[in-house]
Design a protein around this ligand. Structure first.
Ligand SMILES: *[C@@H]1O[C@H](CO)[C@@H](O)[C@H](O)[C@H]1NC(C)=O
Length: 111
Protein backbone atom coordinates (compact mmCIF):
# COMPACT_ATOMS: atom_id res chain seq x y z
CA UNK A 1 0.00 0.00 0.00
CA UNK A 2 1.31 3.45 -0.76
CA UNK A 3 -0.11 6.67 0.58
CA UNK A 4 0.46 9.87 -1.32
CA UNK A 5 -0.13 13.24 0.34
CA UNK A 6 1.53 15.69 -2.00
CA UNK A 7 3.56 15.79 -5.16
CA UNK A 8 6.80 15.67 -3.16
CA UNK A 9 6.04 13.40 -0.21
CA UNK A 10 5.48 9.87 -1.46
CA UNK A 11 6.05 6.43 -0.06
CA UNK A 12 6.01 3.07 -1.79
CA UNK A 13 6.87 -0.49 -0.74
CA UNK A 14 9.90 -1.99 -2.48
CA UNK A 15 8.23 -5.41 -2.54
CA UNK A 16 4.62 -6.48 -2.23
CA UNK A 17 5.41 -9.79 -0.58
CA UNK A 18 8.25 -10.76 1.75
CA UNK A 19 8.97 -14.21 3.08
CA UNK A 20 11.12 -15.23 5.99
CA UNK A 21 11.93 -18.30 8.02
CA UNK A 22 10.49 -18.75 11.48
CA UNK A 23 13.03 -17.48 13.99
CA UNK A 24 14.79 -15.56 11.25
CA UNK A 25 15.25 -11.93 10.38
CA UNK A 26 12.95 -10.19 7.91
CA UNK A 27 13.24 -6.63 6.61
CA UNK A 28 10.31 -4.81 5.01
CA UNK A 29 11.22 -1.69 3.05
CA UNK A 30 9.51 1.34 1.56
CA UNK A 31 11.12 3.96 -0.64
CA UNK A 32 10.08 7.49 0.12
CA UNK A 33 10.70 10.91 -1.39
CA UNK A 34 10.24 14.47 -0.31
CA UNK A 35 10.85 15.64 3.26
CA UNK A 36 8.21 14.01 5.41
CA UNK A 37 7.97 14.90 9.09
CA UNK A 38 7.83 11.26 10.11
CA UNK A 39 7.56 7.75 8.70
CA UNK A 40 5.36 5.09 10.26
CA UNK A 41 4.66 1.36 10.24
CA UNK A 42 1.32 -0.31 10.89
CA UNK A 43 0.24 -3.92 10.95
CA UNK A 44 -3.22 -5.22 10.18
CA UNK A 45 -4.53 -8.67 10.95
CA UNK A 46 -7.65 -9.92 9.16
CA UNK A 47 -10.90 -8.43 10.50
CA UNK A 48 -8.95 -5.97 12.69
CA UNK A 49 -8.09 -2.31 12.41
CA UNK A 50 -4.49 -1.42 11.53
CA UNK A 51 -2.34 -1.13 14.65
CA UNK A 52 0.45 1.40 15.02
CA UNK A 53 3.86 -0.27 15.46
CA UNK A 54 6.43 2.52 15.52
CA UNK A 55 7.58 5.66 13.76
CA UNK A 56 10.73 7.63 13.19
CA UNK A 57 11.18 11.32 12.60
CA UNK A 58 13.19 12.24 9.53
CA UNK A 59 16.19 14.37 10.39
CA UNK A 60 19.93 14.09 10.78
CA UNK A 61 19.23 12.77 14.27
CA UNK A 62 16.01 10.74 13.92
CA UNK A 63 14.02 9.89 17.00
CA UNK A 64 11.90 6.76 17.26
CA UNK A 65 8.49 6.49 18.89
CA UNK A 66 7.30 3.01 19.82
CA UNK A 67 3.78 1.82 20.37
CA UNK A 68 2.75 1.50 24.04
CA UNK A 69 3.62 -1.15 25.04
CA UNK A 70 6.41 -1.51 22.47
CA UNK A 71 6.43 -4.50 20.16
CA UNK A 72 9.40 -6.74 20.86
CA UNK A 73 11.46 -7.89 17.87
CA UNK A 74 10.53 -4.85 15.78
CA UNK A 75 12.83 -1.98 14.89
CA UNK A 76 12.65 0.91 12.44
CA UNK A 77 15.53 2.22 10.34
CA UNK A 78 16.28 4.86 7.75
CA UNK A 79 19.06 4.38 5.24
CA UNK A 80 21.95 6.84 5.23
CA UNK A 81 20.71 8.53 2.06
CA UNK A 82 17.28 9.11 3.67
CA UNK A 83 15.43 7.47 0.80
CA UNK A 84 14.32 4.18 2.37
CA UNK A 85 12.39 3.20 5.46
CA UNK A 86 12.94 -0.30 6.88
CA UNK A 87 11.05 -2.39 9.39
CA UNK A 88 13.25 -5.09 10.84
CA UNK A 89 11.56 -8.11 12.34
CA UNK A 90 13.92 -10.26 14.39
CA UNK A 91 13.01 -13.75 15.57
CA UNK A 92 10.11 -13.76 13.13
CA UNK A 93 7.13 -15.76 14.35
CA UNK A 94 3.99 -17.02 12.62
CA UNK A 95 2.12 -14.16 14.29
CA UNK A 96 4.29 -11.75 12.26
CA UNK A 97 2.64 -13.06 9.12
CA UNK A 98 0.40 -10.11 8.33
CA UNK A 99 -0.35 -7.09 6.20
CA UNK A 100 2.04 -4.20 6.90
CA UNK A 101 1.62 -0.57 5.91
CA UNK A 102 4.21 2.14 5.66
CA UNK A 103 2.88 5.68 5.87
CA UNK A 104 4.21 9.19 6.15
CA UNK A 105 3.22 12.42 7.81
CA UNK A 106 4.14 15.38 5.60
CA UNK A 107 5.93 18.38 7.03
CA UNK A 108 3.51 20.79 5.43
CA UNK A 109 0.38 21.28 7.52
CA UNK A 110 -2.21 18.73 6.65
CA UNK A 111 -3.24 15.22 7.41
C1 LIG B 1 13.39 1.86 -4.50
O1 LIG B 1 14.64 2.56 -4.61
C2 LIG B 1 15.67 1.77 -5.20
C3 LIG B 1 16.97 2.56 -5.09
O2 LIG B 1 16.79 3.86 -5.59
C4 LIG B 1 15.28 1.47 -6.64
O3 LIG B 1 16.27 0.67 -7.23
C5 LIG B 1 13.95 0.71 -6.65
O4 LIG B 1 13.52 0.51 -7.98
C6 LIG B 1 12.89 1.50 -5.90
N1 LIG B 1 11.69 0.66 -5.80
C7 LIG B 1 10.45 1.16 -5.96
C8 LIG B 1 9.32 0.19 -5.84
O5 LIG B 1 10.23 2.34 -6.16
Amino acid sequence: ISLMYSASDEIQPTAKIMHGDKGGFVTLSCNYSGSPYNLQWYRQYPRSAPKFLLLTTVSSNPSVVNATPPYPHLSIKLNKERTRLDLEISSADVTDSSLYYCALQPTVTGN
